[in-house]
Design a protein around this ligand. Sequence first.
Ligand code: GLU
Length: 522
Amino acid sequence: MALRYRLTCLKHIISVRLFSHDATQPCVRVRFAPSPTGMLHLGGLRTALYNYLMAKSKSGAFILRIEDTDQTRLVPGAVDKLINILEWAGVVPDEGPKYGGEFGPYIQSHRLHIYDENATNLIKNGLAYRCFCTPHRLELLRKEAMRRRENPGYDNRCRHLTSDQIEEKLAQNTPYVIRFKVVSALKEPLEDLVFGSVTFDPSEAERGDFVLVKSDKYPTYHFANVVDDHYMKITHVLRGIEWQSSTGKHLQIYRAFGWTPPKFAHLPLIMNSDGTKLSKRQGDSHVEYYREMGYYPEAVLNYITRMGGGFTVESTEGLTLEEMIPKFQMERINRNNGRLDIKRLHVMNQIHLQSRWKTGPQDLISKLKELVKEKYKDRFTDENQLSHILSDEFLKSVLEWSTEHRIFRLEDLLTTEFEFIWILPDSLNRKQLETFILDVKDILIKTTDTLTTTKPFDEMTIAETLKSLNKETKSSFPKYMSLLRRVISGQKQGPSVGEMMQILGKSETLRRLQQALQTLQP
Ligand code: GLU
């Protein structure tokens, strides 16, 4: 037995001893088997995650297998991107194309010889046969079935070819597919680990014998999937519910080979918040989108498990991947489809942001410095101003204030709402300033003078000071605040004026008041 597999099993045996699992069970081996047809979407990541958690919670192995047998749908670069995003999420395979392993190759197009050998064995044993029917004939059969309102399917004509007829076709190089001899009387029962007992009637979805190997010599999904799961010693198949109806076919193939099938668990769908299906074309259904938007991987993992269940706790909110492992229990996975709710993602991200702020503030400070430099580099005019804004001390105070309850992601600090922190707002002219209050010059001078001596320069003290100043001036308080808000931030709304002044600090606040006063000089 190969070394890596022996090691995984050894880990399993030790864990059996320590945690009294059933020692007669083989060590758990699960796989995530995507087709490289585009970017990984949230549903795919959840399937990968549940497989990963299953493996890690049982000291087993998590395998990545690339199912690329439909050569017409391949997207160049998709495999690398897929591995990259799985690694970003922390859902790292133990075996797979980049990682190696004893059961490779892990890309189906590199395993054609294995499918060929196994299909040939089935033919030899009379359980599969070559079908020489032309695409034209199959099309006629399809149309005929449609006309009769029947399920489409094959009429099994080539099952009955004599060996002479077959030899003749082969000698003429007639293209062929290999079909499986479906035992139509056999209703395969399945004990789905999530959905309970399910029975498959082979004639329900598709009538007749289905294809195992196509005329281009590539296997179909069904055939390659079963052969690989067998040779890769997969013990549990956790996959989306959309594949449940294929399991009947798979069970028949296992039976034909005399192989023991793995256990199956089908996972409910993740839907949009309005109950519609997630579509691959929808930008925000891709994991990449969330990475680019600055969400943390742990938050995205919490988010996608929110509607799937599968844990001993009500919610995975705030848990890291590592912490999710011992709490995972497959029997607790829900049958109901779940709906996404982006508001929860915000909250989940905020929790991880806060915990990163506690455990590694310097990382956040450096990241924020980079983001601010990148976004506003062409808008800084004053060198002193720039070194103040980019100083660790200033960034620390911004983060201390904002991570508390103001932002969900670090990137939120770069939105228009918080632009006032980084750059001077455009100055308003006299006419614009006077739309707030007529004796604006007077009021701005008083405000500047008073704030110069305000101590401590914090939100509460500033708010109190401004309130009493307002009484003296007898202007309307909302108008006074709107004026200061515009002068300080250039915005019509945002955090309270006191909060904004505190975050800017005294000298920057005074500088902005001065800027406004300058426009009032005769
Ligand atoms: N290749 C299938 C997919 O793209 C895998 C289904 C399965 O896990 O069996 O999702």
